[in-house]
Design a protein around this ligand. Structure first.
Ligand code: PLP
Length: 374
């Protein structure tokens, strides 16, 4: 068993269960348990986290992945879901009519879409504020506020929220602190260690890392066994769990998470500096760490030309994989944001988002250079 005292790089590439004794034949790579059901060993046996009876509830390959992520996030428990949106949707089941949630104002558009969808049906209300501004968050708190839902750095304007400060506020008002840690992953940021109650992930991004599968995670704090049990129960009941083959792919991706995160952020630092000096780039949004960069070009034409002219960087929605991707948030990831909110954030027709991959940094810069010329 990978000792939790090992550094995160080691825990990424060694499985967390005792692989020699825990898996048939001592397989070093976790087998894909492609089975819907499991033979019962005893009459009246009830499924638990450690016994396998039916794959909607629990599956050994998925379990290995869940334990791995729990170890990386320093979580008490983790459930793996089919997508990041499935994870977020499941977390919303924790709220009931009359509850109010305060969110970071430039959340991923898909989250905004489902918040808007459930708000009228379930009478749960959502406010969007700059969570980097603690005074603004304090001002938005109402008597019925139940939770703070944070993305940091935010998507796509890379605004940073100080999780230690936000935790103090959450404690003062007894609010649940939920953090979407997709952009940084536990390699760069561990919100549960800073006091968050729940961490959600789009595992589709850096964790899986190869643009070849979708996945999601909900990790719960060691102090909140009640939340862990509730989420596991909801996941088993609603059934948005991750398939064994996808669990295997994410486990394989995580083995190189540390290497990829280092390389991608190293590349991003160089590219952000290069973009800042480019005459056709008016503004660069980069948190100074991580591998996501957004930038505003001088004109709409430059932005559209760039999307058409890139050859190496791929014009596609998503992020976090080994290949660099470029996205047009206004019509892709953030089209769900109300126009006024989008414009306030600067997500306009000149705004592009770059997910920096592991390629040679000079090749990425060369591609952007040729795409940015007239
Ligand atoms: C920050 C963030 N959270 C959640 C999601 C949703 O994840 P998925 O696409 O895996 O459903 C995304 C997707 O782009 C995202 O960027």
């Amino acid at each position: 068993m990978a000792d939790t005292s090992y550094d995160i790089e080691t825990r990424c590439c060694h499985y967390v269960t005792d692989i020699v004794n825990g898996h048939p034949h001592g397989a070093v790579s976790v087998p894909i348990y492609q089975t819907a059901t499991f033979a019962h060993r005893e009459i009246g046996e009830h499924p638990t986290k450690d016994t396998f009876t039916y794959s909607r509830g629990s599956n050994p390959t998925r379990r290995e992945l869940e334990d791995t992520l729990a170890s990386l996030e320093d979580a008490g428990d983790c459930v793996a879901t089919a997508t990041g949106m499935a994870a977020i949707a499941l977390v919303l089941e924790l709220f009931t009519a009359g509850d109010h949630v305060i969110c970071t104002y430039d959340l991923y558009g898909g989250a905004v879409r489902i918040f808007g969808e459930i708000a009228p049906k379930r009478q749960v209300s959502f406010s969007y504020v700059d969570t980097g501004d603690i005074a603004a968050v304090r001002e938005a708190i109402r008597p019925n506020t139940k939770a703070l839902y944070i993305e940091t750095p935010s998507n796509p304007t890379m605004k940073v929220t100080d999780l230690r400060e936000i935790k103090k506020l959450a404690d003062e008002y007894n609010l649940l602190l939920i953090v979407d840690n997709t952009f940084l992953t536990p390699y760069f940021q561990r919100p549960l260690e800073l006091g968050a109650d729940i961490v959600v992930h789009s595992g589709t991004k850096y964790l899986a890392g190869h643009n070849d599968t979708c996945a999601g995670f909900i990790c719960t704090s060691k102090e909140r066994k009640d939340l862990a049990e509730r989420i596991r129960y909801l996941c088993m009941s609603f059934g948005p769990t991750l398939a064994p083959i996808d669990s295997f792919l994410v486990l394989r991706g995580i083995k190189t998470l540390a290497l990829r995160m280092e390389r991608q952020s190293e590349n991003a630092k160089v590219i952000a500096e290069w973009l800042k000096k480019h005459k056709k780039v008016k503004k660069v949004y980069y948190a100074g760490y991580g591998a996501m960069i957004s930038f505003e070009t001088d004109t709409e034409k430059t932005a559209l030309d760039t999307l058409h002219k890139v050859k190496l960087v791929i014009f596609a929605e998503s992020l976090g994989g080994v290949e660099s991707l470029i996205t047009y948030p206004m019509i892709q990831t953030h089209r769900e944001l109300p126009k006024e909110q989008r414009e306030l954030l600067g997500i306009n027709e000149k705004f592009l988002r770059l997910s920096v991959g592991i390629e040679n940094v000079n090749d990425i810069i060369g591609d952007l250079e040729q795409a940015l010329v007239d």
